[in-house]
Write a protein that binds this ligand. Structure first.
Ligand SMILES: Cc1cc2nc3c(=O)[nH]c(=O)nc-3n(C[C@H](O)[C@H](O)[C@H](O)COP(=O)(O)O)c2cc1C
Ligand code: SF4
Ligand code: SF4
Length: 408
């Protein structure tokens, strides 16, 4: 079986159950520990608990790997019973006593609303970090990922300066304990955020997708319950992958734990192949629970075996070669697909004469004769007709051609 151990963070596997209702308080952390993730982030204290997620079009589509969105922090919020630092430290001690010792416990420090309130928040955060370290936290996590933080930057404070200031402040306070910095990919330049966190002494960065957005169904009866709240989903994953790859291509060497839209193993694999060491499980941990997450971990292991990746080192960053292909090779690869489109002829037996190919051809590359399509010499190989043919009368092996850079 593929070895999922993550050397850079000494974790049994790359999965981080991210700060959410599934990690609120010792009870839920211990429940989440049943899925045996690499790390769990104990959620902030004193800022309310509860809440849930709204899935569109529905949760089944999400788990099946289809494109879908979710909006979190809907549903009832209740006061957090852990409302003092003392109680929060007790939760940490309980978890450390009862959780499998090979699962890491990262603990959240601070909340951006502390900053908005003003007062002695810096002193509080430093004190929290020191006490939580003593209580047994394996790492401290700083949250600069929610839309509130990123969007507030222009109005209230400088987001990038906040990252620099808080990262070095907390790192100085906890010394050799790891400081993980969770970052927004929206409303701000995430590469700059990662560079700042790295230079300020962070031990890991977590670029995370969570937008302020507004989605509505046109019938107005299934509108997302809280328009404008944290909006993510499977469609976020390519954007997160890009942020990760951009970091890796521009000198970010820190361990990364990217997150956003991971509901099945393939989205996790994509983030790791883009260069992330680990992957956050947020909405899936809450709404799919430990069983769905366990399945995802097993599925990744199985796929790595089938795809020939023996360990995490071999998987991490493997897709970066797509960004780093020599220009000549990249162009040749692009043209190979074009050449294949141009050369392939219509398989007459399969053609039903529907005319869709002709409808989408803008170069007079298709003629219809006796209800059969025929390619003409005007075809330039753009490929539109191949996408619409319902019977594969027009077919090329796209996957095979594009897989070439991955062939060892
Ligand atoms: C219901 C819910 C509540 C969340 N609360 C927090 C939070 O208090 N602090 C935080 O940093 N992130 C919070 N998150 C974000 C997650 O920690 C994680 O970064 C994100 O959910 C990853 O994206 P995914 O849900 O698409 O996997 C929350 C997520 C959900 C679904
Ligand atoms: S789209 Fe396919 S089946 Fe329809 S006419 Fe063109 S080649 Fe024939
Ligand atoms: S590949 Fe493009 S140009 Fe060639 S026939 Fe199809 S649609 Fe027309």
């Amino acid at each position: 079986m593929a070895d999922l151990y993550v050397k850079s963070l000494d974790m049994i596997n790359p999965f981080v159950v991210a700060s959410s209702p599934a990690t609120q308080g010792a009870r839920n952390v211990l429940k989440s520990a049943k899925m045996r993730p690499g790390a769990i982030v104990l959620r902030n204290f004193g800022h309310g608990s509860g809440g849930g997620s709204y899935f569109g079009p529905d949760a089944k589509a999400v788990y099946a790997g289809g494109q879908a969105f979710h909006s979190h922090a809907v549903g009832r919020q209740i006061p957090d019973t852990v409302d003092t630092l003392e109680k929060y430290c007790e939760e940490v001690k309980t978890i450390k006593r009862e959780m499998d010792s090979d699962i890491k416990l990262w603990v959240s420090v601070g909340h951006y609303s502390d900053i908005l309130k003003g007062g002695a928040w810096e002193k509080d955060w430093v004190n929290q970090a020191k006490e939580l370290k003593l209580a047994g936290a394996d790492a401290i996590e700083l949250h600069f990922n929610t839309p509130g933080v990123a969007v507030a930057k222009d109005r209230i404070y400088n987001y990038h300066e906040l990252i620099r200031h808080c990262t070095s402040m907390i790192k100085n306070a906890v010394g050799d304990t790891k400081v993980m910095v969770k970052l927004a990919v929206e409303g701000t330049d995430v590469l700059t955020s990662m560079r700042i966190a790295q230079s300020a002494g962070a031990d890991g960065v977590g670029p995370t997708a969570r937008w302020k957005a507004f989605y509505m169904d046109l019938d107005w009866r299934r509108t997302q319950p809280r328009p404008g709240s944290g909006y993510g989903g499977t469609q976020a994953t390519p954007l997160v992958c890009y942020a990760v790859a951009e970091g890796r291509n521009n000198g970010i060497t820190l361990p990364m734990y990217a997150g956003g839209g991971v509901f099945s193993f393939d989205q996790a694999a994509r983030m790791i192949m883009a260069g992330s060491d680990c992957v956050q499980l947020g909405a899936l941990a809450c709404s799919g629970g430990t069983m769905a997450c366990k399945k995802l971990i097993r599925d990744l292991e199985k796929w790595m075996d089938e795809a020939g990746y023996p360990d995490m080192d071999s998987l991490r960053g493997d897709a970066l070669q797509l960004f780093n292909m020599p220009d000549a090779f990249a162009k040749a690869r692009q043209n190979k697909l074009g050449d294949a489109y141009q050369q392939a002829q219509v398989i007459a037996d399969k053609c039903i004469g529907c005319g869709r190919c002709q409808d989408v051809c803008w170069h007079e590359g298709i003629e219809l004769k006796d209800r059969k399509a025929i390619k003409t010499d005007k075809c330039i190989g753009c490929g539109y007709c191949f996408q619409v043919c319902p019977t594969e009368a027009l077919y090329v092996d796209k996957g095979g051609i594009l897989a070439e850079p991955f062939m060892k």
